[in-house]
Ligand binder design. Structure first.
Ligand code: ARG
Length: 624
């Protein structure tokens, strides 16, 4: 819809005059802003208040009505808001957009006119299509100018460690990170998806130590992630046992043989020893390939597999010189440390930058990585999606940059943290979970569910069932993760996910499928949309359909607030409300048809209603 097209649409339903311009209104992406603009204009004319003040006095009515003018917010001197609200109610001019307003104490409440709502919003949304809810203007440097240039964001997420398990934190980071990247994209940003592998450090030294004892080319070729995890688990157990022997009592500060071997190997890596590096490279390369396959099952595609290994020696030295120059990095008793404590940041302590043997720490590598990424991408923003367990770590990274003089750069970084993860279980005897195990568990649970609900999904030829179950498995896993608040604890519970009971991904997919089936074969003549007859929406029987449109109008606002807080739950909650409403519409439709023909049950066999979303057919059967 061009702005002329939109204007013609409004004129067609009898709205007089052009859309009043308000800086806060986003009429191109959000239809309710059109309503608010006209309303604010009338309020300005009737009361003589500031236009922007009028605009900001209008909000969604959370209970009665659709929109409400909060009269006290007009801040008119010497006016009793109650009296004014009543006056406005009587003087408000007729408009095709709203039914007559009514005042309640301090508020003036409005209901959308059902017919014009449908006549405006349906063509509007159909025209926006897949882009509805997105706002490409947010990512522009200067939204006004046509060549504003998109802003760049690096979103770092998932970031598993080589040879170690893919734990609940990695899982949460992966799913939340994918959401963060997508919503930034929808808001017009240029997004770089980055995984920062834990592929450097003493843990790789330990993995290599294990490889020399237990490594098998055959097992490695067959299932590299599993074999490396097994090796890491085994060597980890030996390492622990060794540390408990009396001659390596902690107090002695003498390293055990395994620890010595581990540290020596890592030192060789840092010194560029070709053999050490070639083993490390074999591990890394195969992991990247395998992870890419697994991420594809989740429809995630990383632009860059970075990692701790990619940080250069030069940059770490550069970081340290800056820190030393500013008196923040000091030689401690056992290592070079960053003395946050001594610089007034007590809570950040005195973490190690460089170990005594010259090797780098996780923290130093992370600080250096910021400099390198900022040079490579000149990002406007970088987001780390990492568990709250690393809150202090990221505070240290950001503060160190500030203390180095990179205050501006530090200001462009954000740690998007999340709460605990529980309930992941590995197969008995295994050293831990791998991403493939998690996805397979979801797939099997859904497969079982599909067998219990044959025919529920339209595309279910039997030979594709496992494929379907894989897609549904990841959907339901993602929906579960994304429907809770970030700071909440995520509980991985297959029984809760692979069901229609409650608000699950299967419920969402079920309804999406139903709508698609219903729309199949029917086509919308876009040219006729603006002039079609929408009068049926005035009929009472169409009330629930109008409610669906009401909800659709809220979508762009929901996306925006989700974006502002980076809370996916706002969108999921919205989708579940939509599904509840669809279930209601479906049932009503079936009941209406029932008057005409026999009820054949088929029409209402979906997960229905807010009452736990149980399949309605079962409910009907239970009743009869
Ligand atoms: N590999 C780390 C872990 O598994 C997560 C990395 C987070 N990102 C970062 N830039 N430090 O805990």
């Amino acid at each position: 819809l061009s702005s002329d097209g939109l204007q013609a649409l409004l004129k067609g339903v009898g709205v007089q005059g052009p859309i009043p311009p308000f800086p806060l209104a986003d009429t191109k992406n959000s239809p309710v802003d059109i309503y608010i603009s006209y309303l604010a204009e009338t309020v300005t004319q009737l009361t003589g208040c500031e236009p922007s003040v009028a605009y900001e006095s209008i909000q969604w009515a959370n209970d009665v009505g659709d929109l409400v003018v909060v009269v006290p917010r007009l801040r008119l001197p010497d006016v009793d808001p109650r009296v004014l609200a009543e006056e406005l109610q009587y003087n408000f001019p007729d408009t095709p957009l709203y039914a007559a307003p009514f005042s309640d104490a301090y508020n003036l409440r409005f209901f959308f006119d059902s017919r014009t709502l449908a006549a405006i919003v349906l063509p509007y949304i159909i025209d926006r299509g897949n882009l509805y809810g997105e706002d490409a203007g947010v990512g522009l440097h200067s939204p006004g100018s046509p060549d504003g240039g998109r802003r760049k964001v690096v979103v770092e997420f998932s970031s598993p460690n080589l040879g170690q398990e893919f734990d609940g934190n990695h899982l949460r980071s992966t799913i939340i990170g994918a959401y963060v990247a997508s919503i930034y994209e929808g808001m017009g940003w240029d997004v770089c998806r980055m995984s920062f592998l834990g592929d450097w450090g003493k843990n790789i030294g330990l993995l290599a130590t294990g490889w020399f004892r237990f490594g098998s080319e055959e097992l490695f070729a067959a299932d590299p992630l599993r074999h490396l995890l097994d090796i890491y688990t085994e060597i980890g157990a030996l390492f622990k046992a060794e540390q408990k022997t009396p001659e390596h009592d902690k107090a002695e500060k003498r390293e055990t043989p395994i620890a010595e071997e581990r540290d020596a190997f890592f030192k060789k890596m840092e010194e560029g020893d070709p053999d050490a590096l070639s083993l490390w490279r074999r591990f890394r390369e195969v992991c990247v390939v395998k992870y890419a396959e697994l991420y594809a099952r989740l429809h995630i595609d990383f632009d860059e597999y970075s990692g701790e290994s990619q940080v250069t020696h030069e940059t770490t030295v550069e970081v340290e010189s800056a820190l030393k120059e500013n008196g923040v990095e000091e030689e401690g008793e056992e290592a070079w440390i960053i003395n946050f404590k001594g610089h007034g940041y007590k809570g950040l302590g005195t973490p190690v930058a460089r170990h005594q043997n010259g090797t780098t720490s996780y923290l130093l590598r992370d600080i250096a990585a910021v400099l390198e990424r900022s040079r490579k991408y000149s990002f406007d923003k970088m987001i780390y999606v990492v568990s709250a367990k690393q809150d202090t770590h990221f505070q240290q990274v950001f503060k160190a940059l500030e203390l180095m003089g990179h205050t501006d750069l530090a200001g462009r970084l954000q740690h998007v943290s999340f709460g605990k993860s529980q309930g992941l279980s590995s197969q008995p005897g295994a050293g831990g979970t791998l991403l493939g195990d998690i996805l397979n568990q979801c797939q099997s649970a859904v497969l079982e569910f599909l067998h219990a609900h044959p025919g529920d999904f339209s595309q279910q030829p039997s030979e594709h069932t496992t494929e379907l179950a894989d897609g549904l498995g990841t959907t339901t896993l993602m929906a579960e993760e994304l429907s809770i608040k970030r700071t909440s604890t995520f509980v991985f519970d297959l029984a809760k996910m692979a069901t229609y009971d409650g608000y699950t991904g299967l419920t969402l997919q079920y309804w999406l499928d139903r709508v698609k089936v219903k729309l199949k074969g029917s086509s919308v003549d876009r040219d006729r949309l603006p002039t079609a007859n929408y009068s049926m929406f005035e009929e009472e029987a169409y009330g629930p359909f109008v409610d669906v449109i009401r909800l659709l109008v809220q979508f762009p606002g929901v996306v925006k607030s989700s974006f502002r807080l980076l809370e996916s739950s706002a969108i999921l909650t919205y989708l579940f409300r939509l599904v509840d409403l669809l279930a209601l519409v479906w049932t009503l439709e079936a009941t209406q048809e029932e008057g005409e023909e026999e009820l054949d049950g088929e029409q209402i066999d979906g997960p229905a209603g807010s009452s736990g979303n149980k399949p309605a057919k079962e409910a009907v059967e239970q009743e009869s």
